[in-house]
Design a protein around this ligand. Structure first.
Ligand SMILES: Nc1ncnc2c1ncn2[C@@H]1O[C@H](COP(=O)(O)OP(=O)(O)OP(=O)(O)O)[C@@H](O)[C@H]1O
Length: 362
């Protein structure tokens, strides 16, 4: 049984098209994270799944039932927002029980579900408290608990951790990961700006840009094999370094000439027709190593050093105009500002994209 199916889903506000035809199948029990730059349509898509926004075109199925015209309350979904929206005058217990009381569930069933949700979220000892006597993280857990009590088929999260401070974010993120394990049959869809949340929580990440899907896949697949420049730059922090290049030899391996004239051989196959074309050479900051020998990918002058103890970030100038190349090297380095440094990386970690941004590896 399919958890959720989106077929050519579209959204327009008047004459403005914001979602341009999304096709996506989400399995029951899967945890899917939507990421993308501000304004790409993540929230709009989530709100269409919830039934809070009308669908302008296409078909949406939840558990194999067409839901385009089904009201939110009958879709079997529960949504958790960044603002927890608890009732301030009600205890934690009553906040969690509220929806079930409206739905006229029996007292016993309400009690069973509230206590089970409180147990999963470690809220049992707070059940008699009012929201004002809870921390932000605890309040967000109550909001999640309230959603669990509805026993949804699909759980939607719209940046649920963005109002929490750093330590609480981590703790609540771990709670959500545990919740996902405890509710293995419940499909979860999660919108975030946070790379770590996306990478750690998702079974699959959906990268959106300007109302369409750029790539869908497990987090490490997107990290290791981005299908295009957009995904390469979006997944990973600091972002992948991109150096303009020209293809000068093709075949099972490809030789490129970087801006500045250095030639490198990549173990990426290209067709003869690609010879002479402009391309983008990519390497992640954490994949770069300082080279002491004659073999290196490129060299540049160190403009800024950020020594964080655990790692050192080197900002290298002289290769790409107005955009330093960043190297993230473990430990503390004996390198000074102004030093000329050569860098290398494993061949398997190098990326090459064509002029339209498509990866030659994919
Ligand atoms: N009611 C509306 N009328 C017109 N345009 C809208 C409306 N709501 C959203 N939009 C537009 O739709 C696009 C998608 O918005 P949406 O909020 O889904 O983006 P998002 O990816 O969630 O952004 P953010 O990360 O900033 O929350 C944006 O360009 C936005 O300006």
């Amino acid at each position: 049984m399919s958890g959720l199916q989106l077929k050519d889903i579209r959204k327009s506000y008047g004459a403005v098209d914001v979602i341009h035809g999304i096709d996506l199948e989400i399995k029951q029990g899967e945890f899917v994270v939507f990421v993308g730059p501000s304004g790409c349509g993540k929230s709009t898509l989530l709100r269409m799944i919830a039934g809070l926004e009308e669908i302008s075109g296409g078909e949406m199925y939840i558990a194999d039932r067409l839901v385009n015209d089904v009201p939110p309350s009958q879709r079997g979904i529960a949504m958790v927002f960044q603002s927890y929206a608890l009732y301030p005058h009600m205890t934690v217990y009553d906040n969690m029980a509220f929806g079930m009381r409206i739905a006229k569930e029996s007292k016993e069933e309400i009690d069973r579900r509230v206590r089970s949700a409180a147990d999963i979220l470690q809220l049992t000892k707070y059940l008699d408290r009012l929201p004002k006597a809870l921390s932000g993280g605890q309040r967000q857990r109550v909001a999640i608990g309230r959603a669990i009590c509805r026993d949804p088929k699909v759980f939607l999260f719209d940046e649920p951790l963005s109002n929490l401070d750093a330590a609480l974010r981590v703790a609540t993120r771990i709670e959500i990961a545990k919740l996902n394990e405890a509710m293995a049959d419940t499909t979860m869809i999660y919108v975030t700006h946070d790379q770590v949340e996306a990478m750690t929580l998702a079974d699959r990440i959906v990268v959106l840009s300007a109302g369409h899907i750029e790539q869908v896949g497990p987090p490490l697949e997107l990290y290791e094999r981005p299908a295009n420049l957009f995904v390469a730059r979006f997944i990973g922090s600091p972002a992948m370094n991109i150096i303009p290049a020209k293809i000068v030899a093709t075949g099972a391996e490809t030789t490129v000439e970087l801006t500045g004239g250095k030639r490198d051989v990549l173990d990426i196959a290209t067709a003869a027709s690609e010879n002479g074309k402009t391309a983008s050479f990519g390497v992640r900051p954490e994949d770069l190593r300082v080279s002491t020998g004659d073999s290196f990918l490129f060299e540049g002058t160190v403009a800024i050093i950020e020594a964080l103890g655990e790692v050192t970030l080197l900002y290298i100038e002289g290769l790409v105009a107005n955009e330093p190349i960043i190297a993230k090297i473990p430990g503390i380095l004996d390198i000074k500002r102004g030093d000329k440094v050569r860098f290398t990386a494993d061949k398997a970690k190098l990326h090459l994209f064509d002029a339209s941004g498509k990866s030659y590896r994919a």
